[in-house]
Design a protein around this ligand. Structure first.
Ligand code: PLP
Length: 447
């Protein structure tokens, strides 16, 4: 490594630290990786150190990094026309809407294009209220839906707590236990959670609830799988009470769980789908709210009071259309299903070696390992919403992961495994070998 590269990397990091703010972190002592370039499942820094990206960025770079088909599609579109107002149309906007209607089940045929996950969620919330004339939005505590005022109020995740005083009204959260920490027998889980859900609806008053908003498969809260059959029951209850069902597919969508959308693992059809992330695989910021014909038709003769300057941005539409083609051409969704199974088999073997692995949950390639101090008591290696002093062991695990050349999302006692969908068995082996070495640190704290 030459002095030149050292000073270049140091200067880049310094400029970022001096002149930009970092999300969800203390600003002092941040230790970011300065990424020079990225290819496939790997990131490379200025020292040519390679990092295996085991969380696909923020679980969004589904097609992998550096795919030049997107660069070419975006460049072509920019050369033709980079921007039109949302009241003009482009070929690519119509083509993308048509493609999404083909992918989505049922009568989910109308796309309202947004900028990201949070703007998809905010618009879903507005539209649900407009359509039903009701006001409450019900979500799960163990959920994250974005950081705008609307989306963070919808989120049950503790990321909302520091801004709780600013929360928007008419959001209700409910608990949905997960199997690993449910003490009353697997056979009772569905029955009890559905009964709990029905009681919550009755207490809130079904006549006040516009929509239930749920992640297609749980993501950053901890990949908490739905009890088998749960979403079908929720669908039935929604239909009974005239409540809309909105699926947040921002993280679980676009092949991540081995299907186009996470809810397809549960055999239901929602009324709206919030999308972002994998829609463009993060190559450009973009999102979409997919709406049923039934909901859209309410606005045939009434004004749709939603709008964004950058709705249906032509360049983002071009990136999205090409991304969807790549999923199909490269068989990435099938690969995600196959590799998800492979990860499960391999983590099963790791469990025999590492007493600190309490549980592994995954849907396709959206999974996480939960570390515990004791398998019998299930005492977590770091508790829910851990304070800094409760993260000492996990911080060491995370530091080891990075030192060994992996980038992934480590939160509380969870290590996420969500590589790009183009990942190979060899790359999974490489990643799990790194995780295994890092988990050895946690094993020493098992009691
Ligand atoms: C399930 C889910 N919904 C919504 C969002 C918000 O997306 P964005 O950060 O693009 O606003 C996220 C982001 O992680 C997410 O995981």
């Amino acid at each position: 490594m030459s002095e030149k590269t050292i000073s270049q990397a140091a200067e880049i990091i310094q400029n970022n630290q001096d002149y930009t703010l970092f999300s969800w972190s203390k600003q002092k002592n941040s230790n970011p990786i300065a990424v020079k370039y990225a290819k496939g499942v790997y990131l490379y820094d200025y020292d040519e150190k390679r990092y295996l990206d085991f969380s696909s960025g923020l679980m969004n770079v589904n097609i992998g990094h550096g795919n030049q088909r997107i660069t070419e599609a975006v460049t072509r579109q920019m050369q033709e026309v980079a921007y039109v107002t949302p009241s003009c149309v482009t070929k690519v906007r119509g083509d993308l809407g048509k493609k999404l209607a083909e992918i989505c089940p049922g009568d989910l045929n109308k796309a309202f294009f947004t900028l990201c996950g949070a703007t998809s969620i905010d618009n879903a919330i507005k539209l649900a209220r407009l359509y039903t004339g009701k006001h409450k939005i019900v979500t799960r505590y163990q959920s994250y839906h974005g950081a705008s005022i609307g989306a963070i109020s919808a989120s049950g995740d503790p990321r909302r707590i520091p801004v709780d005083a600013q929360q928007a009204p008419n959001f209700v959260h409910f608990d949905l236990p997960y199997l690993y920490r449910w003490e009353y027998g697997e056979e009772n889980l569905l029955k009890e959670t559905v009964a709990q859900f029905e009681r919550m609806i009755a207490y809130e008053g079904p006549g006040t609830i516009a929509a239930i908003l749920l992640e297609g498969e749980s993501g950053s809260s901890g990949c908490f799988q739905y009890p088998k059959g749960y979403l079908q029951k929720v669908r039935e209850i929604c239909d009974k009470h005239g409540i809309l069902l909105i699926m947040d597919e921002v993280m679980s969508g676009f092949g991540r769980t081995g299907n186009w959308f996470g809810f397809q693992n549960h055999d239901i059809v929602p009324d709206m789908i919030a999308m972002a992330k994998g829609l463009t695989s993060g190559y450009l910021p973009f999102g979409c709210l997919m709406v049923s014909d039934k909901i859209a038709s309410k606005f045939d003769d009434a004004i749709l009071p939603l709008g964004l300057t950058y709705s249906a941005h032509p360049v983002c539409c071009a990136a999205a259309l090409e991304t969807l083609k790549i999923y199909e051409d490269d068989g990435l969704i099938e690969n995600a299903a196959r590799m998800g199974k492979y990860v499960e088999e391999k983590v099963e073997l790791l469990k025999q070696k590492h007493p600190s692995i309490g549980n592994f949950r995954t849907a396709g390639l959206l999974g996480c390992i939960e570390l515990v101090k004791n398998r019998t008591t299930k005492e977590p290696m770091a508790p829910f919403n851990a304070k800094p002093d409760e993260m000492v062991v996990m911080n060491k695990v995370a530091a080891k992961i990075r030192e060994l050349g992996m980038y992934t999302f480590v939160r509380w006692g969870y290590i996420f495994i969500a590589p790009p969908l183009c990942v190979t068995k060899e790359q999974i082996d490489e990643g799990l070998a790194i995780i295994s070495q890092a988990i050895a640190i946690a094993d020493e704290h098992v009691n």
